[in-house]
Design a protein around this ligand. Sequence first.
Ligand code: PMP
Length: 457
Amino acid sequence: MDGLNANSPHARDIRYLVHQQTELRSYREQGGTLMARGRGIHVIDESGKEYIEAMAGLWCASLGFSEKRLAEAGYQQLLDLPYYHTFFGKGHLASVDLAEKLISVAPRPMAKALFQCSGSEANDSAIKLVWYYHNAIGKPEKKKIIGRERGYHGNTVASVSVSGQPHMRLGFDVPLPMFRHTSNPHYYRLHEDGETEEQFADRMAKDLEDLILAEGPETVAAFFGEPVQGGGGAITPPRTYWAKIQKVLKKYDVLFVADEVIAGFGRTGNMWGCETYDLQPDMISCAKALSAAYQPISALMISDRIYQALESLSATNGTFGHGFTYGAHPVACAVALETLKIYEERRIVDHVRAVGPAMLKGLGAFAEHPLVGDVRGVGLFAGVELMKDRKTRTPWAPEQKAGTLVQDLALKHGLIVRAIGDRIAFTPPLIITEEEIGEMCRRFGLALDEAHSELAA
Ligand code: PMP
């Protein structure tokens, strides 16, 4: 960044900040985009350019970027009680209110909620609780955890271990030894010619069963899955997949942790992905839209069966030795509670059901674009997969970076999307209107056309 004013935001950014999930050298050399403000579904960078945030940041800013009520809820809590914890038999009202509200809207009977600051911590806590539970019920050998290839559950040592993201393992000596991974249910990419979604789902369930049998069912403790896959590529499950997977889990007494960190709170057209796909998990992790991303907070909900076991072992041990200083932070709890109230008052799930089809139709119109192979989604969640040859499902060579090209051109046209390999993810704020969806699709079309000219050249 030679020639940059040493006091410019970029010069300072590069000097002091380590960016996350970023190639550090090219970031240092080329810089990036620094946001200064937000308005509705838009963010505005430090030069004043406005973008449609079609990813709601990181699949999270469900109420957009200028919801005053959330700012006010946080401010009021800062005035009333800016900090308290939930250790050693103490607590505070905001966490009690939020736990009660969350349990009341859970997709199936859940007994309790534990609060942390991030989705990673919720899943990390789930892993610890799976182990604690099996110790409590006298099955200490049942400890292995199964995730899925390309699954995304976070970045702590344990949550990245259950994840199946190859790039997040590079250089980090993970996964930990007790983690296993089963097949990625990306039907479009991975089905064999002539294989139906149902047949593909059979194969996925068989892969899981084979893995459990190979490991020994008496050693397999839990399975983690996102109802819809986010970081793995914005992938909806193939028909009948979840029913078949859950059957295998039940057969071998394997706990099911549903990771609702992206899917929860309206994204799929129901309050929960578990409702959309009829899931019956033992634990549910959620975060992101829990507070519309205005505060860092996550929750792990657990069923009564799990809670009873925790309580009994905690009585034997003299404590439940788990907790975070900022877990159930009162400001985050107050903002999350206000978020849940807003969802109800504004009937956000109904809104997603009303506008979701417009997004899937608008993006679906690109299915015949020469650059596109597949468009699929649910609610306000969609993936558009680029293909060199749609008929033969031949992808672009990785060095052509087709996805990154589309992502960069979209940015130029004032649209933020995320390229996951060559699959472009769309999860706009849930408040998006039909008109805004139209504009989002128009800008995306410009990026696709330009990328096509470049790649075809
Ligand atoms: N689970 C899922 C499904 C996620 O998408 C993410 C983050 N994208 C996480 C867990 C981790 O959440 P966090 O980044 O808040 O730790």
